[in-house]
Ligand binder design. Structure first.
Ligand SMILES: [Zn+2]
Length: 238
């Protein structure tokens, strides 16, 4: 079982870890990691593992094992030599890339809460991301933008808290995503809260500490994708 340090502190960009295995596809397993594994509408981290001899192993992406108990660091094409099992390495993520994903991902929470709807899907890209929302009437683009920017400019704190699986079962309305299931498995589920009451939902993604960090966003397009589905495309402005 890999300890996902990013789930407790998403601002860690480096950590020491012990190599616990190399899987049949050459993926590197560590006892703990700051590399986010692909999921929760967010891509896996890239970066490198630094060996004690000073050499580096490039990591091209990060994924979960099939049962989600282990996090696999997949070497990139220029990966370098594989480490020994038991070896201590220093993991470094590509922080500017991850931070951008954190801003994008937190923007998703903010936009959904701003227009008070549930998501049916999402996809995050390097430049643009799209979210699918469960709503019949197409929202007005300017209204969506203004409501989202109002929440961003309000500098709302983004915090986390933990509840038991049973508490989540007793409060199904907490679940705002119809496409991503809550991060269960350990008996505890992490809730992500924005502001005091602006948004609260189970989420395994990584987030910035305040909505202000998201910065200005542009709503590039709102499309109709079925009777009860509206797709919103957004972009982070620099
Ligand atoms: Zn989230």
């Amino acid at each position: 079982m890999t300890e996902p340090l990013y789930r407790y502190d998403s601002h860690l960009s480096t950590c020491e870890a012990r190599v616990t295995g190399i899987n049949e596809r050459g993926g590197i397993l560590l006892d703990r990691t700051i590399f986010f594994a692909t999921g929760d509408d967010q891509p896996g981290d890239t970066g490198e593992l630094e060996r004690s001899d000073g050499s580096h192993i490039a990591i091209g992406t990060t994924v979960f094992s099939d049962d989600k108990s282990e996090i696999t660091h997949v070497p990139g094409e220029e990966g370098g030599s594989l480490p020994e099992i038991g070896e201590i390495v220093v993991a470094h993520i590509d922080w500017p890339r991850r931070y951008r994903h954190m801003r994008m991902h937190t923007a998703l929470h903010t936009i959904c809460a701003a227009i008070q709807t549930k998501t049916t899907g999402a996809q995050i890209g390097a430049e643009e991301r799209r979210i699918d929302l469960n709503m019949q009437d197409p929202p007005d683009r300017n209204a969506v933008h203004d409501a989202t920017m109002k929440a961003i400019d309000a500098d709302l704190a983004v915090t986390s808290e933990w509840i038991t699986d049973e508490e989540l079962d007793a409060n199904p309305d907490l679940i705002k995503s119809m496409s991503v299931s809550p991060p269960r498995g350990s008996g505890l589920v992490r809730l992500v809260r924005i502001g005091d009451t602006f948004d609260l939902q189970p989420c395994g993604g990584t987030h910035v500490k305040s909505t202000l960090e998201i910065g200005p966003v542009t709503i590039t397009k709102i499309e109709k994708k079925g009777r009860l589905n509206r797709r919103i495309r957004i972009r982070l402005d620099e």
